[in-house]
Design a protein. Sequence first.
Length: 251
Amino acid sequence: MNLILFTPDDFSTASRDAATLAKNDARAAHIIGVLRRKPGDTFDAGLVNGPRGKGTLSGIASDGAVSLAFAWDKTEPPPLPPVTLVIGLPRPQTARKILNEATALGVSEMHFVATARGEPSYAQSTLWTTGEYRRHLEAGAAQAFCTRIPRIEFSNTLDETLASLARDRPSARRVALDNYESPASLGECLAAPPKSPAILALGSERGWTADERDRLRAAHFAFAHLGPRVLRLETAVVSAVTLALAHMGRM
């Protein structure tokens, strides 16, 4: 944890200047066991989707509970880069990696959609049904020393997602990654105009069907590749986001 994140529910006062963490809270264990802070020591803290600041270890109770005090910066962090991901719902272990790594790199939204070649049971994973996915978002943000958390959708169909993006992101450049029907590289597709918002669509581990390609084309997606090598989905996501951020001048 390069930055220890907190939510409004963690605070005992409206001013968010104090909090208490139970001994078994992962953040308490990190402050005491990894950072080796003692009462009076400070650490880097952040409020999810809010400011960064400094936390101070106020004390440790006899039951191991950790008391903390906070001083927050007065400036809000900048918004996330305008990169939106549409991802065919993958196996849960792959989704966990994507949630973490894409958040660490910096994207504004991730839409996980059911696809014809995906496994329907993946949607019933505890990753989604218990809210576990939030933990992976916070881990990615903490790694990046950022408080901003991307918006996540995982219950809409591909058509519903394409329709909502057409409404909400009408001017964004749209590119679908595909190993089979891509006349240009992603770098070529992103080259002009530079720095414009981007929507990147990646199929599940087995890729898009012909029908899904037609629906993406109808939604004004160009098709692009990441070179001749076949990549794991999580690797393709990292590569595509990195290229998009580079073309936006963010890297």
